[in-house]
Design a protein around this ligand. Structure first.
Ligand code: NAD
Length: 303
């Protein structure tokens, strides 16, 4: 078995040793990974950068075929498809990119139609696409409020609805997975931590929490599992300002008891496991991957 060489493997430098300001390339999962998702198809939204890109690569390495949804540049999405698949290892999944806005009902339907056309069905949805449009409350425009709710919350609803329709239509596939489908919502620590200056974002993630749990309750009898991953601070383009300079990075560390920023692969590892049958009895859960950000770090020294 070979380990991929085109992308840097972080073992030479631990992730905590990366200089602030360095945006690491996605660490490509080793081809020795067990293909625990072989034969399954995953749609990953907003997958041309950051966490979605890392999740797409890891799902592919675990044997899943992956639909890389994106809204920005075609070339970034093509690069993710190439990264995820180019080693040609026999048990690695295949990947395609499909452009589409998750907040647009028609485009979401088209995304799932294309996925089913390409790979036959959909077994996994990773609801990852998201954005921030920050402003103090008194100057936040209705357009900023609506945009964030539309993408972060309504987008997750539209994609979950399409996925559940397909999961129910098809049911459990014996020998592929013991569940009829899995949905992973990428939420945030801000589904529970209030965030001044970001009320639209925090409201969207708080909404994702109860949307996820309500869908999980509704679809569990069909053997469909729905969970959330709640990242803390992960080094991606969305929060560049929080880690780009040494000062910003040190400031960020006040909020992280584990004293390092997270990387996309910290999230991707959990996503793969959560989508596998190893997590078969887990549904309706918000799993925090945050280096302790939700542990009230202000009390670190005893309060
Ligand atoms: P990112 O900006 O790299 O990724 C977000 C992706 O969503 C981008 O590729 C963007 O093009 C895409 N997107 C935006 N609007 C879209 C739309 N309408 N339709 C389809 N795609 C769209 O940032 P990221 O950190 O990788 O964010 C991924 C998810 O993780 C988001 O939901 C974000 O809220 C969540 N999150 C990130 C962090 C963090 O610290 N990075 C922490 C908590 C939660």
């Amino acid at each position: 078995m070979t380990t991929m060489t085109r992308f840097p493997v972080m073992s030479s430098r631990t992730i905590s040793e990366l200089m602030p300001g360095e945006l690491p390339e996605v660490v490509m999962p080793s081809c020795e990974s067990r293909p625990i998702l072989r034969g399954q198809t995953a749609v990953v939204t907003g997958a041309s950068s950051g966490i979605g890109r890392g999740i797409a690569a890891s799902l592919c390495a675990a044997g899943a075929n992956v639909v890389v949804n994106y809204i920005g540049s075609d070339s970034a999405a093509d690069e993710v498809v190439h990264e995820a698949t180019h080693c040609g290892c026999a048990h690695r999944g295949r990947a395609i990119s499909v452009k589409g806005d998750v907040s647009d009902e028609e485009q979401v339907s088209a995304l799932f139609r294309r996925a089913i056309e390409a790979f036959g069905t959909v077994d996994i949805l990773v609801n990852n696409a998201g954005l921030q449009q920050d402003a103090p409350l008194e100057s936040m425009t209705l357009a900023q409020w609506r945009k964030v709710i539309d993408v972060n919350l309504t987008g997750q609803f539209l994609c979950a609805r399409e996925a559940v329709r397909e999961f129910k239509r098809r049911g459990v596939r014996a020998g592929v997975s013991c569940s009829a489908g899995k949905i992973v919502c990428v939420s945030s620590v801000h589904e529970v931590i209030p965030w001044a200056g970001h009320v639209n974002y925090a409201a969207s993630k708080g909404g994702v929490m109860l949307m996820m749990k309500s869908i999980a309750q509704e679809v569990a009898p069909w053997r469909i599992r729905v969970n959330s991953i709640c990242p803390g601070a992960i080094r991606t383009p969305i929060n560049r300002g929080a880690w780009e300079t040494a000062e910003a990075y040190q400031d960020l560390m006040r909020l992280i008891p584990y004293k390092r920023i997270g990387e996309p692969e910290d999230i991707a590892r959990l996503a793969v496991w959560l989508c596998s049958d190893e997590a078969d009895y887990i549904t309706g859960a918000s799993l925090f991957v945050d280096g302790g950000m939700t542990l009230y770090p202000g009390f670190e020294a005893g309060g």
